[in-house]
Ligand binder design. Structure first.
Ligand code: SF4
Length: 328
């Protein structure tokens, strides 16, 4: 992978394993390399259990990595944060969590929750923190009257807005947004997506947008990466991947993605992905998708496919796919 000067953050062979009793290893994330350019939104998609959230947390140091490295603005990030490292990166990198119900401390008021990162990571006066909290509550569609209330007094969509205000109040450069809409009603999802889109434009944010709804990811993202059982299988411009998927897994993901229009959804042929995602424990050689792939060949069971560079037939953009079907 090239180290472009435009890259804000790069994962190089990033790996996160969990060791179980009796010598078993969970391959949650295996040898993932990707780069996200400044002001870019990279959508990371895959079924639940594919390792997307673990990758996001390992990328920003919330989980220790097993192998590989993370480079931020050309500087290798430490494996473990010492307090001085934490101060250096904490105001530049933030995370928006999946579950707006459990990620907010129920004993703190909304004002305390949103202002906490400023109190922890800056030396701003109480008055400046308060001004900033009010400003951010208004930016996410809430107001100063909400400051003295507690999280349980808000709807799911409002709580996600509180989480977004808390993550962005320190003015981060890079945000990992982990399934930010999956716990919300469909009607509220669009509002939160539009809010993130507006904040991306106004703040110049760089975002890793983790989700399983492909059409939502296509709408929000510049590029899209597809993950299966801890590995990347396809990556390219979001529209190229969505409209012309190459990897058999991506094709099935796109085909099983619900249509937003209920009438079109009713007429759509049902194409489920066969079987369950296999266990990530003690994975052997070969393609990880082989047990479910409709195109499986003998070679797939013994040789792990490498990423192959391709050129999209319509857009001419570069893209990559890890599948023996595209080997020369
Ligand atoms: Fe299917 Fe083989 Fe391609 Fe894997 S490498 S996706 S098993 S065709």
């Amino acid at each position: 992978m090239s180290a472009s000067p435009n890259n804000l953050i790069e994962a190089r062979g990033l790996t996160r394993h969990f060791h179980l009793a009796r010598g078993q290893t969970v391959h949650a994330v295996d040898d993932v390399s990707l780069a996200i350019e400044e002001r870019e939104i990279l959508g990371l998609v895959g079924e639940s259990g594919s390792g997307k959230s673990t990758f996001g947390k390992t990328l920003i140091g919330l989980l220790d990595k097993t192998a590989g490295e993370v480079v931020y603005r050309g500087e290798k990030m430490p494996s473990r944060y010492a307090p001085r490292d934490f101060r250096r990166f904490a105001d530049r990198i933030q995370m928006i969590f999946q579950d707006p119900y459990s990620s907010l401390n129920p004993r703190m008021t909304v004002g305390e929750i949103v202002g906490e990162p400023l109190r922890l990571h800056t030396r701003l006066s109480k008055g400046k923190v308060l001004d900033s909290v009010v400003e951010w509550l208004e930016r996410v569609g809430l107001n100063a009257d909400h400051m003295s209330r507690y999280p349980h007094e808000f709807s799911g969509g409002q709580r996600q807005r509180i989480g977004i205000a808390r993550a962005l109040i320190v003015g981060p450069e890079f945000v990992v947004s982990d399934e930010p809409i999956s716990a919300l009603d469909v009607s509220v999802q669009a509002q939160v997506i539009n809010l993130l889109d507006e904040l991306k434009s106004s703040m110049g944010l760089t975002l890793l947008f983790i989700a399983h709804d492909l059409s939502m990811v296509r709408y929000v993202s510049d590029r899209m990466a597809v993950m299966y059982l801890g590995s990347l299988v396809e990556m390219g411009q979001a529209n190229d991947i969505f409209f012309r998927p190459k990897h058999p897994y991506t094709k099935l993901l796109v085909a099983s993605n619900p249509e937003p229009d209920p009438e079109a959804e009713r007429k759509r042929p049902y194409t489920p992905i066969r079987g369950e995602i296999p266990s990530p424990v003690n994975i052997g050689p070969g393609c990880r998708f082989a047990s479910r792939c409709p195109k499986v060949m003998d070679v797939c069971k013994s040789e792990t496919p490498e990423f192959i560079p391709l050129v999209d037939s319509e857009s001419g953009n570069a893209r990559q796919v890890a599948c023996h079907l595209y080997s020369a």
